[in-house]
Write a new protein. Structure first.
Length: 702
């Protein structure tokens, strides 16, 4: 694409951002304003118009899904392959640097990346040794993650315990945890950034090399950066100062993960002569939806003002429904979705339901199931976190890095080899004495004359399998997966469904090298998986970030949920809850429905609920109020008209083929109504979807 063509479909502000090619640039991009478009066009323009090698541009974002979208758009714009380019997440690109340079920090290049489950296994083992209650381990992991996000290592924590508010026992756990990671030649998720920063701090020559390699640096979702990520970006940009950050302080919602909204506020101070471009034209939502979002977020005082507007017109008003309890709220949501679906304008996948806490989904799921409506929990178990997939990937990790004792412990009796807990414990105790990994200790036991034949025989079978697999590590990943299954008998041991998943994994691995494949599997999450099914999406408001839907419901619009009760007394926390609501609202393209309940079971008790305090920040003319009558199937005032009693069975069931005397053959999409007045929705190829009464339609079932 020519340089002029690259600018043709940009608005004035987007074009201004793309054309700025020297010095720091801050793009304040409101929700739905085309920020990814700016980054991808800027990448292509630098490459095409300014002849900057595409390998000299570092583009970083936060999710694999966003990175993949960025890659695809850049390939389309440049007409060049994106293979080998520095486009990815902070963590994947840091891992790529460390694969080349980590020996400077005393690790080997074949290090493994541990996910939360792997890290949790180490923490549990440490707590057991320290005689600390295991129930605390999740909290400890979160605290360690928070410290790493702020670049606080164990030594600094020990030297300044009082400053960070942690006791000596916690500090000892942190020290031991890092020691165990090093013994396993492993890094956890947060180490990837922390180690990169340490690498650049302690080895200026390495830093200079990457500063020279990257002429331009671009960062998407900049408001989500934590201190370690921002430190990394500043290191890389400190020489050329050609850094473009795109973000929106109104959408900073990840403080609990260490994100610092002030990074976007202080960028201009850290990089003098920063040019600021505001993107305020919204291409996603109608004006009524934007007005709701704008009026609420305007209550936050410490923000960079921007006024979103759209050419899409006013659109429908936002609906606010008050139900008697969470069960009625769930039924209202399910029936509203049914009505929207039956009208034929929206598929189920066009509709989402957001909630503040996972507990809320129960009543919504129950209502959807009652109506036979398909749904998908977004952010559930990832494909790569299924047991069978984790097992096979653990074999791959041990093949690449035999000192990975966490992965080895997972597979030592998987499939079953009669190596029980007692045997594993004995080997672990021996490995501590020898200060060696489990694998090296097992090899020692097999060769030694000081152990029983029974113990040696148990271990020898497993060690022989691992040795043979290590000898074949030059094979492709897909070939290795098939060899693992053959040598271990895993497929025969697993259920049919799990065996199918392993086959899918082997097919997915085609053409990938073992190192990058293992890294990808460790960094992959369920949020990266596309929703290809025609199903309603259910998710927390935090997981909704970066998505959009024609229709969005925000449930639990009550004080204590939206905003969350933990935040109500803290002005900073309340400001973040307001930003979270703003994110939820701006996911909606055509229609937004807010729902709440007067009484709700939360945790262990039923509580009287008050409408969200954010409701008072919305002008009354922006929404329709609907109150659900208790123990009735109708509502007192509703623009979304709901069908009466849906029938569980009908003579014309969903999917049945029927013939109409005028419109010909069609397929029943749904049926509902009272027994003596059944209505059906039929999709006729000639005229589209029609709502018909069986009493008068003269339909013939075929």
């Amino acid at each position: 694409m020519t340089k002029h063509a690259l600018l043709n479909d940009l608005n004035i502000q987007q074009k201004e951002a793309v054309l700025h090619n020297s010095g720091p640039l801050l793009v304040l991009a409101g929700a739905g304003s085309g920020k990814t478009k700016v980054i991808t066009h800027k990448f292509a323009y630098l490459n095409n118009a300014h002849k900057v090698p595409n390998t000299s541009i570092l583009a970083m974002t936060f999710t694999n899904k966003a990175a993949e979208e960025m890659r695809e758009r850049i390939e389309h714009l440049t007409k060049k392959s994106s293979k080998g380019l520095w486009i990815g997440t902070f963590h994947s690109l840091s891992a790529r640097i460390l694969r080349k340079e980590i020996e400077h920090l005393g690790f080997q290049r074949n290090f493994c990346i541990y996910d939360d489950e792997d890290s949790g296994n180490i923490i549990r083992s440490i707590l057991k040794d320290f005689k600390v209650h295991e129930a605390l381990y999740k909290g400890i992991l979160s605290k360690i993650s928070s410290l790493k996000a702020s670049l606080v290592n164990p030594e600094e924590l020990l030297a300044n315990e009082d400053s960070y508010g942690f006791d000596e026992k916690f500090a000892r756990v942190y020290v031991k945890y890092q020691d165990d990671l090093r013994k396993n030649n492993a890094l956890d998720f947060d180490d990837l950034i922390m180690c990169c920063v340490k690498l650049f701090e302690e080895h200026p020559a390495v830093l200079k090399k990457y500063q020279n390699d990257f002429s331009y640096i671009m960062i998407d979702e900049f408001q989500d950066t934590n201190p370690s990520q921002y430190r990394l970006a500043k290191f890389l940009a400190s020489k050329n100062k050609n850094i473009c950050v795109v973000g929106d302080d109104d959408q900073s919602i990840y403080k609990f993960r260490g994100a610092e909204v002030r990074n976007i506020h202080t960028f201009k101070k850290d990089f003098s002569k920063t040019k600021v471009v505001k993107l305020e034209q919204n291409y996603r939502s109608t004006q009524n939806i934007l007005n709701i979002a704008e009026n609420v977020i305007a209550q936050n005082t410490s923000r960079m003002p921007k006024k979103l507007w759209t050419e899409r017109g006013e659109g429908e008003k936002v609906y606010y429904c008050i139900a008697s309890n969470e069960l009625e709220e769930g039924r209202y949501i399910a029936r509203s979705i049914k009505e929207l679906y039956l009208k034929g304008k929206y598929s189920y996948k066009d509709i989402s339901v957001f909630y503040r806490v996972n507990q809320q989904s129960r009543a919504i799921e129950e209502a959807l199931r009652e109506n036979g409506q398909p749904y998908r929990i977004f952010g559930g178990i990832s494909f790569f976190h299924r047991k069978e997939i984790k097992d096979i990937v653990s074999y791959l990790k041990v093949i690449m890095n035999p000192d990975d004792s966490v992965s080895l412990k997972r597979i030592v009796n998987c499939p079953t080899r009669q190596i029980g807990i007692a045997t594993v414990t004995r080997v672990e105790n021996e490995s501590r004495k020898r200060e060696e990994s489990l694998y090296r200790t097992m090899k020692y036991i097999v060769k030694s004359n000081t152990y029983t034949t029974a113990l040696k025989d148990k271990i020898r079978t497993f060690v022989d399998v691992i040795d043979e697999l290590i000898d074949h590590r030059s094979l492709s990943v897909s070939e290795l997966i098939r060899l693992i299954c053959k040598k271990t008998g895993y497929i025969e041991w697993a259920s049919e469904e799990r065996a199918d998943h392993i086959t899918e994994l082997a097919n997915f691995a085609e053409g990938k090298d073992i190192s990058s494949f293992i890294d990808m599997s460790s960094l992959y999450s369920s949020l990266d998986e596309p929703n290809t099914d025609d199903a309603v999406s259910l998710m927390t408001l935090h997981n909704a970030k970066g998505l959009e839907f024609p229709v969005a419901f925000i449930s639990g619009f009550e004080d204590g949920l939206v905003p969350h009760f933990h935040a109500i007394k803290d002005p900073e926390e309340l400001a973040e809850e307001r930003r979270l609501f703003y994110v939820g609202v701006t996911r909606a393209q055509d229609m937004l429905v807010l729902t709440g309940a007067k009484r709700r079971r939360l945790y262990t008790s039923v509580q009287e609920q008050q409408p969200s305090r954010f409701l008072s920040e919305i002008p009354a003319g922006c929404y329709h109020c609907i109150e659900k009558r208790p123990r009735a199937d109708t509502i007192s005032s509703s623009v979304i008209k709901l069908p009466a009693n849906f029938l569980s069975a009908s003579p014309f069931a969903t999917g049945a083929r029927v013939k109409h005397p005028k419109w010909g053959i069609g397929v029943v999409r749904d049926s509902y109504g009272e027994t003596d007045d059944v209505k059906v929705m039929v999709n006729f190829p000639s005229v589209g979807i029609k709502r018909l009464s069986l009493k008068f339609a003269n339909l013939e079932k075929i």
